[in-house]
Design a binder for this molecule. Structure first.
Ligand SMILES: Nc1ncnc2c1ncn2[C@@H]1O[C@H](COP(=O)(O)OP(=O)(O)OP(=O)(O)O)[C@@H](O)[C@H]1O
Ligand SMILES: [Mg+2]
Length: 255
């Protein structure tokens, strides 16, 4: 286990939608070298909390976040924080693959271009190739980069979205149930990919699939009714949970 400071820290985070509180006093560390899984029953606040980490809640009318969230010690909610830059540093992959209605190449090239990451066309092409390779998609698409991203299979689209996140050189990748719309084969490919990406990026994945959390993560956070009930090593959470509520959830007593 490393003694490096956490990549991200959240302390005392509350989230409200209007008058309704969705997250209560959540504190958590996200470590660079780990995949962190968020689990818990539907409506417990996993997506809401995930979105606080890159200020995606800013885009939801009525959503209000308080508490302290830091990326490498830097206050994510500081007035001086450039939110566009933040969302490149803390990328997001959604439940439903959402490629742009543009070519495969453009889907990946778009971010590096608007962030000015490529010095030339050749450089941009290289970023696109590297990102697609890291996302495990290059061999399947290298001869059809001009085809629309939306013409790919669901699993390919999701890997394209991961390539798009990778292309801007993120530090953290947030994934909100990235496999829930995929078949078992496509799911296995994404899980493999998460293994390959581990360490290079801090990864946080929301999943309803307990086997998936056990397979892909080193740390697991169990949420219930807006609270973080228990957070620890994945093996402990699944084999030796401290809290009764965690035990009930992982043994399928509610969900
Ligand atoms: N845009 C919104 N406006 C108002 N309330 C919301 C909004 N999004 C979520 N909520 C509420 O906040 C609570 C947490 O929702 P959230 O989507 O974060 O849960 P979740 O754990 O991700 O659930 P699921 O597993 O079903 O995706 C729920 O009560 C939900 O109804
Ligand atoms: Mg959700």
């Amino acid at each position: 286990m490393s003694n490096a400071p956490p990549k991200m820290t959240a302390s005392g985070v509350d989230v409200f939608y209007g008058a309704k509180q969705a997250i209560r006093n959540v504190s958590i560390d996200v470590r660079q070298e780990d995949v962190t899984a968020f689990i818990g029953p539907s409506g417990c606040g996993k997506s809401t909390f995930l979105r606080t980490l890159n200020r995606m809640n800013d885009t939801i009318p009525g959503a209000r976040v308080s508490g302290d969230i830091r990326l490498d010690g830097e206050d994510v909610y500081a007035k001086t924080m450039d939110v566009v830059q933040l969302r490149a540093r803390v990328g997001m992959v959604f439940q439903k693959p959402n490629p742009f209605p543009k070519s495969i190449f453009e889907n990946v090239a778009y971010g590096p271009r608007i962030h000015g990451l490529a010095r030339s066309r050749a450089d941009l092409a290289q970023i696109v190739e590297r990102s697609l390779t890291r996302a495990g998609l290059w061999n399947e698409v290298k001869d059809r980069l001009g085809d629309s991203g939306t013409a790919l299979s669901g699993g390919q689209q999701q890997r394209l979205c991961i390539a798009r996140a990778i292309a801007v050189d993120p530090e953290v990748i947030l994934m909100d149930e990235p496999c829930s719309a995929l078949d078992p084969v496509a799911t296995a490919r994404i899980e493999e990919l998460i293994h390959d990406l581990r360490g290079r990026y801090a990864i946080v994945i929301v999943t309803h699939n307990m086997q998936q959390a056990a397979r892909v993560s080193q740390r697991t956070a169990f949420f219930h009714l807006g609270q973080l009930v228990e957070y620890g090593d994945t093996s402990d959470i699944f084999t030796n949970p401290r809290e009764e509520r965690t035990k009930d959830y992982i043994t399928g007593r509610y969900g």
